[in-house]
Design a protein around this ligand. Structure first.
Ligand SMILES: Nc1ncnc2c1ncn2[C@@H]1O[C@H](COP(=O)(O)OP(=O)(O)O)[C@@H](O)[C@H]1O
Ligand SMILES: [Mg+2]
Length: 291
C-alpha cells in the first residue's frame, strides 16, 4: 500500500477526530540544517491519548520531525501547533509543562546521579517564588518507581549499564509529568527483554495515565505491537500512515526500507510481523563479478 496521507488517519478502533481536538499538529512544515532541506511540507496530527509511532530507514528525518514537534528545531516554513497555538509563540517553560522530550542518545553531565537527573525533569515546574516542593519530591519518587530505578537513585548516571541509563532518561521525562511525551528511540541500547519492559511502560502511561506519546522505533515488530497509529517515513516525507495492519505491508517494506519480506500474523498479539526474505536485501551491494 502506498497511501500518501496527512498522517491524520485514526487507528481502527479510534473515532475520527477533527484537527481542533488534536493537541499537537504539524502543518506544511519544512525543516533543514544549514543549506540542506530535510523535510519539505510535512503534515502530521498527533492523536490525543494514543501512541503514535514513527518508523523509517536511518537518516529519513524521524528525529528531525520529532525535534520540530518538541520545538527544539524551528520550522523554515509551516508551523507546529500545540493546543491550537503556533508552538514558537508559546514560552519555553509553558511548552515544557505540557510536552516532555527524550532525545536520541542523550548525554548526562559527568558524575550526575540518577536522582539528580530525574529531578531535572521538575525544572519547568519551579520558579523563583516556588522552590523544591513535596510535589516535586513525589513526582521524582514516582518517576523512579515507574522505571524500577528507586534503588539506584544515588548512583552516577555514567556508571549505569546502557539499559539502566536509558531508563534513567525516561524517568526524567516522566518526572516532568507532561500529558505529551516525545520519545526518540527509547529502546536503543536495550536487550529485547528491556525493550519490551520500556514499551509496556509506554503502553501503561497511555492506558493508565492517559498520556499522549509520539515515539520513534527501529524494531518494526515492536512498533506494530505498541502503536495505535503508525507513521512510515521515507526521504523526509510520510509514505504511509494508519493502523499497523494498514502500514506494515510487503509493498511498504520494499518501497520504504528496500526490504524483501513477508508479513505474517504475530502469534502473540495478532499484529503484523515482518519476516525478511532469505538472502540480501535490495539495498545490499551487488556481489563483485568473478572472472
Ligand atoms: N544537527 C544536524 N546537522 C546537520 N545535518 C543533520 C543534523 N541532524 C540530522 N542531520 C541530517 O538530517 C537527515 C535526517 O536525520 P535524522 O532526522 O536524524 O534521521 P533519522 O532520525 O530518521 O535517522 C540526515 O541526513 C542527517 O544526516
Ligand atoms: Mg533518529
Amino acid at each position: 500500500m502506498t497511501t500518501r496521507t496527512t498522517g491524520a488517519v485514526a487507528a481502527d478502533a479510534s473515532p475520527v477526530r477533527t484537527s481542533d481536538e488534536c493537541r499537537l499538529r504539524a502543518e506544511s512544515v519544512c525543516l533543514g540544517y544549514g543549506e540542506r532541506l530535510i523535510v519539505d511540507g510535512l503534515d502530521l496530527e498527533v492523536m490525543p491519548g494514543a501512541v503514535t509511532t514513527v518508523i523509517g530507514p536511518n537518516g529519513c528525518g524521524k528525529s528531525t520531525v520529532l525535534r520540530a514537534l518538541g520545538r527544539l528545531l524551528p520550522c523554515r516554513r509551516g508551523s507546529v501547533f500545540l493546543d491550537g497555538k503556533a508552538i514558537d509563540s508559546v514560552p519555553t517553560r509553558d511548552v515544557a509543562k505540557v510536552l516532555g522530550i527524550l532525545p536520541q542518545s542523550p548525554v548526562a553531565p559527568e558524575g550526575l546521579t540518577v536522582g539528580d537527573l530525574v529531578a531535572r525533569g521538575r525544572h519547568p515546574h519551579q520558579a523563583w517564588y516556588r522552590q523544591w516542593s513535596s510535589d516535586d519530591e513525589r513526582a521524582v519518587a514516582d518517576a523512579l518507581a515507574w522505571v524500577g530505578l528507586t534503588d539506584l537513585a544515588e548512583r552516577p548516571v555514567d556508571e549505569l549499564s546502557g539499559g539502566q541509563r536509558q531508563r534513567a532518561w525516561l524517568s526524567m521525562a516522566l518526572a516532568q509529568e507532561t500529558d505529551l511525551m516525545l520519545l526518540d528511540e527509547p529502546t536503543t541500547f536495550l536487550d529485547l527483554a528491556h525493550q519490551v519492559d520500556v514499551l509496556e511502560l509506554v503502553r501503561r502511561l497511555q492506558s493508565e495515565a492517559g498520556r499522549t506519546v509520539v515515539m520513534v522505533l527501529h524494531d518494526l515488530n515492536l512498533a506494530a505491537r505498541y502503536a495505535d497509529h503508525l507513521v512510515a517515513m521515507k526521504d523526509g516525507a510520510i509514505h504511509a500512515a494508519g493502523s499497523a495492519h494498514e502500514v506494515i505491508t510487503p509493498e511498504m517494506l520494499d518501497e520504504v526500507f528496500g526490504l524483501r519480506a513477508r508479513v505474517i500474523e504475530d502469534p502473540e498479539t495478532g499484529t503484523p510481523m515482518v519476516v525478511p526474505s532469505a538472502g540480501p536485501s535490495k539495498r545490499a551491494p551487488e556481489p563483485v563479478a568473478q572472472d
